[in-house]
Write a protein that binds this ligand. Structure first.
Ligand SMILES: NC(=O)c1ccc[n+]([C@@H]2O[C@H](COP(=O)([O-])OP(=O)(O)OC[C@H]3O[C@@H](n4cnc5c(N)ncnc54)[C@H](OP(=O)(O)O)[C@@H]3O)[C@@H](O)[C@H]2O)c1
Length: 318
């Protein structure tokens, strides 16, 4: 099969096209003929050598057909894909059955590929970690990212009032088109500027370690903040002293999609089928922002690295 491997850590040119043997069937695993896969920051961090683990073939998610079951469409995500076992930057992959979900959908592969990792993670952050409910007010920080747009889509569709942030006022219209009530300029002092300070029910923070304390400062008593992205960088929070820096009565929670398929986090918890149906019905505006050919993955990484993705980018195989 054709596959893309990392021969050395570095820029997009470290992604090298090669031929590898097709994965053999194995008990407990599903061999998938990959039709399309979404691109993720995790893969950029793996390529640069910044992630704890990276397999020879990176790629943490895909959609495709089960080789042993003609016509069976599936999505696969995490479960070590691209980290500890060869991932989705290839024509075939072998994923643990715990991390494969059957999806019946007539969506084109490019559109279905938007769903697995991004929507499973956004759904879990919103409806499990934040336990967001209709009528509540949610701030999504880093809302123009692919993950952020998925969260805005899901929350708006669930009757939540959403305020999204972007560093660029020209991108506010995008968030309003997705149904956000309004947008705010992203910055480290948002808690001091936002009109709903101390009244907010929830914050989904994708800017990350550099803003999470500010997010906690804008919650009402009993409000929740979920840290699930690192758009502002991977540096740890230095000198975190809850006594001095944390508001009383608020909740801080974290979600990393690497737990999908592990005890306590079955993939079946996430309504991927229902999400795909809502995408097909147009209730979730989940079209890919860019579709690349397999031959153009290096270019896709350049676009991601430059912050020009403007939404979920996917790669489609012939
Ligand atoms: N927890 C998990 O399991 C999980 C799963 C998937 C992804 N993630 C993480 O979620 C984040 C979003 O991923 P993605 O693939 O959706 O990203 P993406 O689409 O590539 O995000 C790009 C957007 O991020 C914003 N951005 C870039 N640098 C920023 C900065 N320094 N401060 C604030 N905003 C910045 C920009 O928006 P503006 O120009 O509009 O400000 C940019 O348009 C990443 O950190 C990723 O690693 C986590």
């Amino acid at each position: 099969m054709r596959a893309i491997v990392i021969e050395k850590f570095g820029g997009p040119d470290s992604l090298v096209y090669t031929e590898l043997p097709d994965p053999e069937p194995r008990t407990g695993d599903v061999v998938i003929n990959i039709k399309a896969f979404g691109l993720n920051h995790a893969e950029m961090h793996m390529r640069r050598g910044e992630w704890a683990e990276a397999a020879e073939v990176i790629g943490i998610e895909c959609v495709g057909l089960v080789t042993s079951c003609p016509g069976a469409k599936v999505a696969a995500l995490m479960g070590g894909l691209g980290r500890t076992i060869n991932g989705s930057y290839a024509e075939y992959t072998r994923a643990p059955v715990s991390n494969v979900a059957s999806i019946e959908s007539d969506l084109p592969w490019a559109e279905l590929a938007v769903v697995p990792e991004t929507y499973a993670t956004a759904w879990t952050c919103l409806f499990r970690n934040l336990e967001i409910a209709p009528g509540q007010t949610l701030v999504v920080r880093g809302a123009t990212s692919a993950f952020g747009q998925a969260a805005v889509n899901l929350a708006v569709n669930a009757g939540v009032r959403v305020i999204g942030t972007s560093r660029d006022r020209r991108r506010f219209a995008l968030l309003e088109e997705l149904g956000a009530d309004r947008a705010e300029l992203e910055g480290p002092d948002l808690s001091e500027r936002i009109a709903e300070a101390k009244q907010l029910d929830a914050v989904l923070d994708l800017v990350g370690n550099s803003t999470i304390l500010d997010s906690l400062a804008m919650l009402r008593r009993g409000g929740r903040a979920c840290l699930a992205g690192w758009l502002g960088g991977l540096d740890p929070i230095s000198d975190f002293n809850p006594l001095l820096q944390m508001a009383s009565g608020v909740y801080l929670t974290f979600f990393g999609s690497f737990v999908f398929g592990k005890p306590g986090f079955p993939l079946s918890d996430v309504p991927l089928q229902e999400i795909a149906e809502q995408v097909a019905a147009g209730r979730l505006k989940a079209k890919p922002s860019r579709v690349f050919r397999f031959e153009d993955v290096r270019e896709a990484h350049r676009v991601m690295e430059a912050g020009e993705a403007k939404g979920k980018m996917v790669v489609v195989l012939d």
